[in-house]
Design a protein around this ligand. Structure first.
Ligand code: SF4
Length: 476
């Protein structure tokens, strides 16, 4: 098959490119060079945020980051906790840690490298992001291959081999799409035109081939196979892990939190104290033996609800307990720290922990005298479960929160049934476990019993952009 003509795609892009906040109006069709070159900081920031995340979800975060950290130097000088807090809710938290580390590296060297190899040497920048920043910000004639470009390529060449095995071949084919001199004359526009074609006309399920500038050169369109490509290998069943987390609140309205370890899944983020995440459900007596504090005699631990959260390599099912106590002792906070509830909501909580916090706070607010604090109903809530799925005992499902004390064996926490997958807030797909499971998982700081059994890892398992149309945008 011959390479489709670049001028057709560029002409279409010049007329139909998406308007995105990281694309300055007068730079939509720029070639990434000269006085109108895009700001590499904005290009890089948007590209990192758009990994695995929809354009719609990214825009408010992108604007917030630019307001808080208008330059890469400002981001480098910021406290990491401030960066994590600004990122909270966007998911894939290793991106935020790497973002900060990368900003510091760039500030230290006086600016972004201008080559693909130089960019890829920075923290958190893989092959795709390096190519995207190089092409868009610095006019390097390379083709960044994200999920959209992968799909367009599979269809142009009618590639029937399934992903992920076909990924390397598709990357090679995609790299040749800019062989046309007109594509190489406008690397920034050509890369973004490919992004936009995949995000609009060449959509996953119903490609609008009749409107496509390349329909005369598309093998899948000619063969009538476009909508079925790219093919994907059957999915392997995602294992389930179980955990229990505890929201304890004192009379002053402070809640007990702790910091996750510096490496592994959700590294350095804030969480409610809890158990490991393991393959077996936690019977209540065993779960409550991990309670971080002794609940008050008249307000023992009670089930606040369940949270189901889907990561890339496993589904997490949590039971949330909540309790009040008069005050925390120094011993209670030896592995954590206290924050007023509202401040805790603003801390660097990953979305799964934000749900746990809200569940616990909701149950604790029931029965208070304050109208503001007592929303109804007060029954336990299940986040991310289908109608039949439950981790709760029948009494809890009926609206009566179960109560227990540490060491009690009165009730059991049965295994979950099937339920709906719940992607992280603001993100399109499941949250990635950053690396193969061989990396030690997160542990409770200072507590050996939680040191080794959670799944965790180092880097993102998925390096390419989101695979469905609209999941990502292209900066300029
Ligand atoms: S002709 Fe259809 S399948 Fe081929 S690239 Fe265009 S939109 Fe995609």
């Amino acid at each position: 098959m011959t390479i489709p003509p670049a001028h057709a795609l560029l002409h279409w892009y010049d007329r139909h490119s998406r308007t995105l906040p990281w694309r300055l109006p007068d730079r939509q069709t720029g070639d990434g060079a000269g006085t109108h070159a895009p700001d590499p900081y904005r290009v890089w920031l948007s590209e990192i945020m758009l990994q695995q995340t929809t354009v719609k979800a990214v825009i408010p975060y992108y604007e917030k980051f630019l307001a808080l950290f208008p330059t890469v130097q400002a981001l480098a000088a910021a406290d990491r906790e401030q960066v994590l807090a600004a990122w909270a809710g966007l998911g894939y938290y290793s991106r935020a840690r790497n973002l900060h580390a990368c900003a510091q590296a760039v500030a230290a060297r006086g600016g972004f490298p201008t080559t693909v190899a130089g960019l890829q040497a920075l923290p958190g920048i893989g092959a795709y992001t390096a190519a995207a920043v190089a092409a868009i910000a610095f006019g390097v004639p390379v083709v960044p291959v994200d999920g959209n470009v992968e799909r367009v390529t599979a269809r142009l060449f009618n590639m029937a081999d399934p992903l992920p095995a076909a990924r390397r071949t598709l990357a090679t084919l995609a790299a040749g799409l800019n062989a046309d001199p007109q594509a190489r004359a406008r690397p920034s526009a050509f890369a973004q035109a490919l992004f936009d074609l995949g995000a609009s006309l060449c959509s996953p399920r119903q490609p609008a081939c009749g409107l496509c500038p390349w329909h005369a050169n598309c093998a899948a369109h000619a063969a009538g196979t476009a909508a079925s490509l790219p093919r994907k290998a059957p999915k392997v069943a995602r294992p389930v892990r179980y955990g229990v987390h505890f929201l304890a609140m004192d009379a002053a309205g402070q809640v007990l939190l702790r910091r996750r370890p510096e490496t592994g899944l959700l590294a350095a983020m804030t969480e409610l104290p809890g158990t490991d995440w393991r393959p077996q459900p936690w019977p209540e007596a065993e779960a409550l033996s991990h309670a971080p504090v002794q609940a008050a005699r008249n307000t023992p631990w009670q089930v606040a609800g369940n949270v189901r959260h889907v990561f890339t390599h496993f589904t997490l099912e949590l039971v949330v307990y909540a309790a009040r106590l008069e005050r925390f002792s120094n011993h209670d906070v030896r592995d954590g720290f206290l924050l007023p509830l509202e401040q805790a909501r603003g801390a660097s909580l990953p979305s799964v922990m934000r749900k746990c916090l809200d569940l616990g706070a909701r149950v604790l607010a029931c029965g208070t005298d304050s109208a503001e604090q007592a929303p109804a109903p007060c029954a336990p809530v299940q986040h991310g479960f289908a109608g039949t799925g439950s981790l709760l005992a029948p009494s809890a499902k009926a609206g009566v929160p179960r109560r227990g004390r540490a060491g009690s064996a009165r009730t059991q926490v049965p295994p979950s049934k099937a339920g709906d997958a719940e992607p992280p807030a603001g993100a399109a797909p499941p949250e990635p476990v950053p690396a193969p499971v061989s990396t030690p998982g997160p542990s409770r700081r200072g507590a050996a019993r939680t040191a080794a059994s959670r799944t965790g890892g180092g880097r993102h398992a998925i390096r390419r952009g989101a695979a469905r149309a609209g999941r990502r945008g292209s900066p300029a």
